[in-house]
Structures are given as structure tokens and as C-alpha cells.
Design a protein around this ligand. Structure first.
Ligand SMILES: Nc1ncnc2c1ncn2[C@@H]1O[C@H](COP(=O)(O)OP(=O)(O)OP(=O)(O)O)[C@@H](O)[C@H]1O
Length: 213
């Protein structure tokens, strides 16, 4: 599983993470600015900690002493942001197939048809990104992340900006993804009820430290 013991520091912020992720879904909550997104960015390889170690499924992704910093595209970790970032000039099908084609065939975990069914995307496949609602676009971005065949799925406030009705639509899809794929997931949110719904274990970060209180 995931094992972290690292520090990431800027001029005015320090993140100290020591954890072993045991369960399939780890939910992370904490005040704005506490370091939740910074943690995900260190895992995916967008940011490089100053010191420490990050290991995932027996692979060292980062080790300051051994000068190991596996580049993002080799980590097999997908990150879903608050705003679905789809290619605007492509339709939904093209957006999805683009992600799939980046993975060599015998390493693909899911196929296109399976993802279309799982996320009920069939009625949308010919639409361009700007012809989708926020919730539909987020479903496509979840599908695209899955087709990149990740070993770990990171979700950074994926429901923020969606109204209650859309949240209530997307959460069951995320639950289906969790149940059907068995993918390890880390889910950052301000809403504890989302983690409870997804039956995740919960971790709180305060001012860059894990709060065990
Ligand atoms: N691009 C950046 N440049 C400089 N400082 C940043 C940058 N992004 C975040 N920070 C700072 O790093 C610290 C941690 O921010 P981070 O985004 O990880 O918090 P967060 O817990 O995800 O907050 P939120 O819940 O508001 O998304 C904060 O002090 C923030 O101001």
C-alpha cells in the first residue's frame, strides 16, 4: 500500500506527512490551507518534498537520500481536480480514448465500454466539453482518469462547485467505482459526510500536520 514519511516546505508553509494507508479509501479533511492539496501534489509528483520517502505498492516513488524522484507520468497515479479539465476541442469519446491510448494494451485495467457503462456516459459521447453540465463533465473526468489505468486514484474536492442535486448524482458513481474497481483512493474534501458515504477512513490535517486528536 501507500507509505509516506516526508516533509515539504515553502517559505511560509511546512507539510509533515507520516502515514501508512491501510484501507481502500482514505478521506482527508482539514481547514483551508492546511496542506491537503499539497499532499496530493507530492504523491502525484507535481511537487517534490525536501526530504523523506514515499513508497507505493513496493515501489519507491520518492527518496531524498537515494535521490529518487519518479516523474509524474511513470507513477500511475491519477489526480481528479475540482474542475474537470477536459480537452475542449474533443468530444467525450475522444477525451476518453485519448487517455486510453496513452497506456499500452496489455497494461490497460479497464476498457472503454466498461467505463461508459460504469459511469453511464453513452448519451454523452458525441458532446463537446462545453456542452456538458458540471456534473457530467466530472463524470467524464473520472472516466478519463480510470482509462489512464492508475494504481492509485486521488480526488481533490471533486464535488466542490456542484449543487446538492449533482453531488447526489456523482457520489453513487464514485461509490460504484470504489466497489467495482477495488482501486485505492484518496479523497480530499471539506465534507465529512462524503467520506462517510464512501465508507472511507478519515484523516484530518491541521497546519501541515496529521491531527490524531
Ligand atoms: N501555488 C502556490 N504557491 C504558493 N503557496 C501555495 C500555493 N498553493 C498553495 N500554497 C500554500 O500552501 C499551503 C497549503 O495549501 P493547500 O492548497 O495544500 O491547502 P488545502 O488544505 O488544500 O486548502 P483548500 O482546502 O483551501 O484547498 C497554504 O499556506 C497555501 O497558501
Amino acid at each position: 500500500m501507500l507509505s509516506c514519511d516526508f516533509q515539504y516546505q515553502t517559505l511560509d508553509f511546512q507539510l509533515n506527512m507520516q502515514l501508512k494507508m491501510q484501507d481502500q479509501l482514505l478521506g482527508i479533511v482539514g481547514a483551508s490551507g492546511s496542506g491537503k492539496s499539497t499532499f496530493l501534489k507530492c504523491l502525484v509528483g507535481l511537487l517534490q518534498p525536501q526530504q523523506g520517502v514515499i513508497e507505493f505498492q513496493n515501489q519507491t516513488l520518492f527518496d531524498s537520500k537515494q535521490h529518487i524522484h519518479v516523474p509524474m507520468h511513470q507513477r500511475k497515479i491519477a489526480l481528479i481536480f475540482q474542475n474537470a479539465l477536459l480537452f475542449p476541442h474533443m468530444n467525450v469519446q475522444q477525451n476518453l480514448l485519448y487517455a486510453e491510448k496513452l497506456v499500452i494494451e496489455n497494461e490497460r485495467k479497464f476498457n472503454f465500454e466498461h467505463i461508459i457503462d460504469l459511469l453511464e456516459l453513452k448519451p454523452l459521447i458525441q458532446r463537446k466539453a462545453h456542452q456538458l453540465s458540471g456534473g457530467e463533465a466530472q463524470r467524464v473526468s473520472i472516466g478519463r482518469a480510470l482509462l489512464s489505468s492508475p494504481n492509485l486514484l486521488l480526488l481533490d474536492e471533486p464535488l466542490t462547485g456542484l449543487d446538492r442535486r449533482l453531488k447526489d448524482q456523482i457520489l453513487p458513481f464514485l461509490n460504484t467505482v470504489k466497489e467495482q474497481t477495488q482501486l485505492p483512493m484518496i479523497y480530499v474534501t471539506h465534507h465529512v459526510d462524503e467520506i462517510e458515504y464512501l465508507q472511507g477512513t478519515m484523516l484530518r490535517i491541521e497546519h501541515g500536520y496529521i491531527d490524531y486528536g
